[in-house]
Design a protein around this ligand. Sequence first.
Ligand code: 5GP
Length: 253
Amino acid sequence: MARRKKIYEGKAKILYEGPEPGTLVQYFKDDATANNAEKHAVVEGKGVLNNRLSEFFMTGLGQVGIPTHFLRRLNMREQLVRQVEIIPLEVIVRNFAAGSMARRLGMEEGTPLPRPIIEFSFKDDKLGDPLVPEEYIIAFGWATQADLDDIVALALRVNDYLSGVMYGVGIKLVDFKIEVGRVWDGDYQRLVVADEISPDSCRLWDMSSGERLDKDVFRKDLGNLTDAYTEVARRLGVMPSNATHMPKPTLIN
Ligand code: 5GP
């Protein structure tokens, strides 16, 4: 039997060659990592939830005219996406202080920011994805000034969309990370939202209790990660509340 070609394996996802040129299959694993993979666990059901949630957000972004790499979901753990040239940056948008920003500036987590703040990290696991100024990005040729202007506009539109959707289900969007890819149309490039949007890459706090509904549950040992992600999916109407607790299929010989 022919084996499909693995293009890339990351901490939480695998990319395989897609069925048509210019497409990839994005497979969501159950692996959870934190502190640049110092902490690792397999969290049953996480991949299924993130596949569904990322489909939900990417589809919604497409519906409001924000381009993404998403084409369609294939099954419980896989989605078909456009092959893009990933810009080697993590684009982080923050509405409230938390995580590395709160630590760096000695701010209390949850402090509202005067406006959404965008920052860039250089995608390099060995270096721990260091924060980089725009000057580095342009000087090292990771993106041009025009790309950065487009990326900022894209990130702010994603923030408006995601904040609104989350607000509607009683969740505060504290911050999130996106990745951006280039798609070539002949000599012209378009920038699209790539990778995934899921509770792995966002900070989501319950609006009234402040309960964490994102990967901080795993990073800080605050409870059961699958339960937190299931709650996000349930509120968004993405999945019935008990869908992740289905038994694994058993192989019958
Ligand atoms: P911080 O810089 O505070 O650790 O993270 C800011 C936001 O970006 C958080 O929502 C966090 O989940 C997300 N983020 C930062 N780095 C990564 C990363 O390497 N992977 C994922 N999935 N999310 C990240």
